[in-house]
Design a protein around this ligand. Structure first.
Ligand code: HEC
Ligand code: HEC
Length: 377
């Protein structure tokens, strides 16, 4: 009997009215209570996690929900992610390679693209066609053969040239502009107009910009205009940042790293004898800062920049005070009043010093210039 009783109790714990059974009931009530509390806690926790994720994703503004961008969440030393430069809306896109290959002059266009991407193989110190440049490739600065948004792309070249440029004080066509980069950025000589190389480069640049209406400026073309700081850019701060973020590729002495074949650069130089000269666009710190903001260190893009605006300005100040080839600039900016705000060599039509034109602060310079042009109207 006892055996039976016991087995009844275990089988039907709620059925009996014995005191043992009521204790068990209490236990179970307690258990259910704890489970309820636990479930609430888990629920609240999940809610918090979802809200936090939504907040982070929103802050990055662009990540898809399925794959939160871990690189953004795990930026070095817990630094908060740096916001994208723009929204990507209507950004210019070059025609596809496929479209290019359907053109009557497809062969010329492909050669032009090759020359932009691998300039040094053809025209560098060990070039197969001529030895007329410092060994850099156009693509080192005009990323993805001049097609990358805010990567100094050629989107607006076909649509806006020929145009007046204050640096030369005259109307420039695409040939003249390309020659400028050969003579300044590549610190060398330009192939002649009519040569196979010059014609191919110009044909390629005109072709990829052919989907932009004449007179229009393509969105995200050229270099990003970085907002001015209220202070001057600081080369000392830039030096520290350079050591942390650039040195691994561009080296302590700024000379970069040559590729194994010795023809072109795996990591191009930022100063020294094989770098761009003092007449080059990048020698203006607004160009340099805008370029690196959207593209450096390698892997950064307009969507996921790795430098704050201030960091970009300070690094630009550091790199552009290092030694590099000079160029006779006596014929540049023939109208002094048209000299751009960050051209680092006088004379100037305004009262600001060479140092301020080189490092800023630029807001007062701009304001003075705007006031002048208003007076004229
Ligand atoms: C060291 C960097 C560098 C290299 C290398 C370089 N460029 Fe440039 N290029 C620039 C900068 C900076 C500008 C000015 C961009 C601006 O102010 O928006 C520029 C402007 C141009 C423009 C005018 C773009 C526009 O929208 O007005 C053309 C065309 C051009 N480069 C072609 C070339 C070609 C072709 C090569 C190779 C033979 C070359 N560049 C090599 C830095 C470089
Ligand atoms: C992981 C390697 C790497 C790091 C780090 C890096 N770069 Fe670059 N950089 C490159 C490569 C590669 C190119 C050429 C891109 C191409 O040809 O597509 C380049 C090109 C450049 C150029 C234009 C070409 C020239 O030599 O003038 C500048 C300016 C530049 N980098 C500045 C910087 C600065 C400033 C930093 C630090 C904030 C930096 N880079 C960090 C790899 C790197």
């Amino acid at each position: 009997m006892e055996d039976l009783n016991e087995s009844k109790q275990t089988q039907l714990p709620n059925a009996g009215s014995a005191s043992g059974s009521s204790e068990q009931q209490q236990h179970i009530h307690k258990l259910i209570g704890s489970i309820n509390v636990l479930m609430w806690l888990v629920g609240i926790l999940l809610f918090v996690v979802f809200v936090a994720m939504g907040y982070l994703l929103n802050n990055n503004g662009k990540s898809t929900v399925q794959s939160p961008d871990t690189t953004l969440l795990l930026t070095q030393e817990g630094a908060s992610a740096i916001p994208a430069i723009g929204d990507g809306k209507d950004y210019w896109q070059a025609p596809s390679e496929d479209e290019m290959s359907k053109q009557a002059n497809a062969e010329q266009l492909l050669y032009g693209k090759e020359l932009i991407a691998h300039t040094a193989n053809f025209l560098g110190p060990k070039g197969s066609v001529a030895q007329i440049t410092n060994g850099m490739n156009c693509q080192n600065c005009h990323l993805k053969a001049g097609t990358q948004p805010w990567g100094n792309n050629y989107g607006s070249v076909a649509s806006t040239y020929p145009k007046y440029r204050a640096r030369s004080g005259g109307i420039e066509d695409v040939y003249k502009r390309v020659s400028d980069c050969f003579e300044r950025s590549l610190n060398g000589k330009a192939p002649l107009k009519g040569s196979k190389e010059m014609e191919a480069i110009v044909a390629y640049i005109n072709f990829i910009g052919s989907n932009v209406r004449k007179g229009d400026k393509a969105k995200a073309s050229g270099i990003y205009e970085l907002p001015y700081m209220d202070r001057a850019a600081d080369p000392e701060k830039g030096k520290v940042l350079y050591a942390a973020k650039c040195i691994s590729c561009h080296q302590t002495d700024g000379s970069g790293v040559l590729a194994a074949d010795g023809k072109s650069y795996t990591f191009p130089p930022l100063w020294g004898k094989n770098s761009y000269n003092q007449g080059a666009g990048l020698y203006r710190i607004s160009r340099f800062a805008g370029y690196i903001k959207a593209n450096m260190p390698q892997g950064a893009t307009w969507e996921s920049p790795q430098l704050t605006d201030e960091e970009a300005w300070d690094i630009a100040a550091y790199v552009n005070q290092m030694p590099r080839p000079s160029k006779d600039l006596s014929k540049d900016w023939p109208k002094i009043a048209e000299k751009t705000f960050d051209h680092p060599f006088g004379p100037y039509a305004d009262g600001f010093s060479e140092t301020q034109h080189k490092f800023g602060p630029f807001k007062p310079i701009k304001a003075a210039k705007d006031a002048l042009t208003k007076d004229k109207k």
